[in-house]
Design a protein around this ligand. Structure first.
Ligand SMILES: NC(=O)c1ccc[n+]([C@@H]2O[C@H](COP(=O)([O-])OP(=O)(O)OC[C@H]3O[C@@H](n4cnc5c(N)ncnc54)[C@H](O)[C@@H]3O)[C@@H](O)[C@H]2O)c1
Length: 354
């Protein structure tokens, strides 16, 4: 029989939209976690979620939950512009904080979160769920075993053909989202490949962003549960590309789109090149030279490093069982690169990072 956890962590989830529901369900998978509070500005969405998941304290103002001494963890599933301010308040209230991606809408705010977490000695983690997948864990293990040799270049993408998370929602308004597909899905493609390469700090970024189909009302998807404003201006990117030079000299090419005339509806893909072999993801394959020419090895995936459930993992971190799989400094480095893509697109120049 598994040992009974030494304590229970009470969670407050903030935001009961599409991913807030996933936060609730995911925490419920850990025997040491109890979702005690939910904050949601929509009374209907809040009530539905609280009823379905037997959540005791339902509020519309999250500050009421931050004041409670019986809440240990705050899990943020809010529109991007609220990640940093609510995260900061939660840390100041002495809570451990799980934030959905992107960490913030600028690196300055992301850095503030980290310094507050350090000051208060609280755990802070960005829920980069894609990094937890069996495919990434298996790939990382192969890389750790030295199968690729010296890694020098990687290419990563998340491209959707018609997957804007609903035109007119907060996602498509810069004031609420901070950015478009780059912050929404580019962040996943970038985070996972930097994790695999094993290097997060960039020396320079050259990027371009486009907003071509969304403003025409094309490429709409169906993600998200928030309200639609039919009069809102679509002022975020629906496609972005970037060449990122890491401090070691390695390069990463990123491409991401919410909407583009592509053959696949939704494709996440990465490739990592080393001196001994290349690794392709989705599906996971190792490509290496042999005496007969080239061998492509299809690989079975497993979870050798960590649970696939990011919330379960976060509770394990709080129990002191494991170190965070997503380190806050890594998320800051990712945020700096994303910001630099926007800056490079705006200025037309390569952006140098310190
Ligand atoms: N990890 C992933 O794969 C993944 C997937 C989708 C979304 N996300 C992220 O999760 C976050 C939420 O996205 P979503 O898809 O759930 O959006 P959503 O629009 O479906 O939900 C957002 C919810 O927040 C609520 N809200 C807004 N302001 C609030 C406030 N002050 N207090 C309480 N509730 C408030 C809204 O009413 C809404 O219900 C975003 O940052 C997004 O980037 C992550």
């Amino acid at each position: 029989m598994p040992a009974k956890p030494s304590r229970t962590f009470n969670i407050a989830v903030i935001g009961a939209g599409a991913i807030g529901l996933d936060h609730i369900k995911s925490f419920k998978q850990h025997p040491a976690a109890r979702v005690l509070g939910l904050a949601e500005v929509s009374p209907e969405r809040g009530r539905d979620a609280a009823d379905e998941h037997d959540i005791l304290h339902l509020v519309t103002d999250y500050r009421e939950l931050l004041k409670r001494d019986d809440i240990d963890v705050v899990s943020i599933a809010l529109p991007n512009f609220l990640h940093a301010p609510v995260g900061l308040e939660a840390l100041k209230a002495g809570k451990h904080v799980m934030i959905d991606k992107p960490m913030a809408t600028n690196a300055r705010d992301a850095a503030k979160l980290i310094s507050e977490a350090r000051k208060r000695r609280r755990r802070l983690m960005v829920g980069q769920n894609m990094r937890f997948t069996a495919e990434i864990q298996t790939a990382k293990q192969l890389i750790n075993q030295g199968k690729l040799g010296d890694i020098y270049h990687a290419k990563t993408s998340w491209n959707r053909r018609s997957g804007i998370p609903r035109i007119g929602s907060w996602f498509t308004q810069k004031q609420f989202a901070g950015g478009g597909c780059t912050y929404d899905i580019g962040v996943h493609a970038l985070d996972r490949v930097l994790y695999l390469v094993g290097e997060f700090e960039a020396a320079s970024v050259s990027g371009q962003t486009y907003s071509r189909l969304g403003p025409l009302g094309r490429g709409d998807g169906n993600w998200g549960r928030g309200e639609i404003d039919p009069n809102a201006t679509f002022d975020v990117d629906d496609l972005a590309v970037a060449l990122i030079k890491l401090k070691s000299g390695r390069t990463v090419f990123l491409e991401t789109s919410w909407a583009a005339h592509l053959p696949d509806h939704d494709l996440v893909s990465s490739q990592i090149l080393g001196t001994d072999a290349g690794l392709m993801l989705n599906p996971l394959r190792l490509i290496r030279p042999s005496r007969q020419g080239y061998v492509t090895e299809e690989l079975k995936t497993s979870t050798p490093l960590v649970t696939e459930n990011r919330m379960v993992h976060f509770i394990d971190v709080l129990l002191g069982k494991v170190e965070p799989f997503v380190k806050m400094e890594e998320s800051l480095a990712v945020q700096k690169i994303l910001d630099a893509i926007y800056k490079s697109a705006e200025t037309g120049r390569e952006v140098r990072l310190r």
